[in-house]
Design a protein around this ligand. Structure first.
Ligand code: HEM
Length: 199
């Protein structure tokens, strides 16, 4: 009799144990999911929820292997911004810019950044989409007819043009924003920059 009672009890106990185990797994799973969501920040914002440079690229890491390298170059430029000087000249069809530094390492970073951004524009691989100006620039990237970059002993000389009048405005607005990045650093990167009027 006793043996039978024990035998009957076993499945009940093991059933209870597995119920408790799945409850624990559920709670742990749910809380780690919540933590991950908190790190990712609000939906549609991307990045690490810190409001930094890279919001707008959520989930792009896997499909865009150069994103990490670009992010670290940009971080180095922002950190070294006090050593960077920049002149911009508006052209009827675009911009001409000269960005330089006396720091040889920073110069290398600058040249690499511009080479990489040129490829992003040519291949339409956006970065910094959270900012409406960058989003508009990449939507019109196919209309950028020329981005000619020449490395100088201290930096980089760029001529960027378009035959499309609206894209000219975007290129010019972007060049002004790059100057503001140099002036104001991360504070400026956090801002959304307005797109120019189409008229
Ligand atoms: C101190 C900071 C930075 C410096 C010195 C810098 C420098 C430059 C330069 C010289 C160009 C070539 C076009 C021009 O001269 O106007 C350029 C293009 C570009 N930069 Fe940066 N940059 C900085 C920060 C950033 C940041 C924070 C982003 C975005 C997260 C960014 C994204 C781009 C993109 C997308 C382009 C190509 C777009 C185009 O020229 O049409 N840059 N940058």
């Amino acid at each position: 009799m006793n043996t039978t009672a024990k035998q009957k009890e076993q499945p009940v106990n093991s059933g209870r144990r597995s119920f408790i185990a799945s409850l624990i797994i559920g709670v742990v799973g749910f809380s780690s999911l919540m933590k991950r969501e908190a790190l990712a920040g609000p939906p549609g914002r991307g990045g690490k929820g810190r409001g930094g440079i890279y919001r707008g690229q959520r989930g792009m890491g896997a499909s865009d292997p150069s994103m990490k390298a670009d992010q670290s170059l940009i971080r180095a430029l922002l950190n070294g911004r006090s050593q960077i000087r920049r002149q911009i000249k508006m052209l009827p069809n675009g911009v001409e810019t000269l960005t330089e530094t006396d720091n040889p390492q920073l110069r290398t970073v600058l040249v690499q950044h511009v080479q990489s951004m040129k490829q992003r524009v040519e291949q339409v691989r956006p970065i910094h989409l959270r900012d409406p100006l960058f989003a508009a620039l990449f939507r019109n990237a196919k209309k950028v007819s020329m981005m000619e970059l020449t490395a100088t002993p201290k930096g980089v000389h760029v001529i960027e043009t378009s035959n499309d009048p609206y894209t000219v405005k975007l290129i010019q607005a972007h060049a002004r924003v790059v100057s503001l990045f140099v002036k104001n650093g991360q504070l400026e990167v956090r801002k959304n920059h307005p797109v120019p009027n189409s008229g």
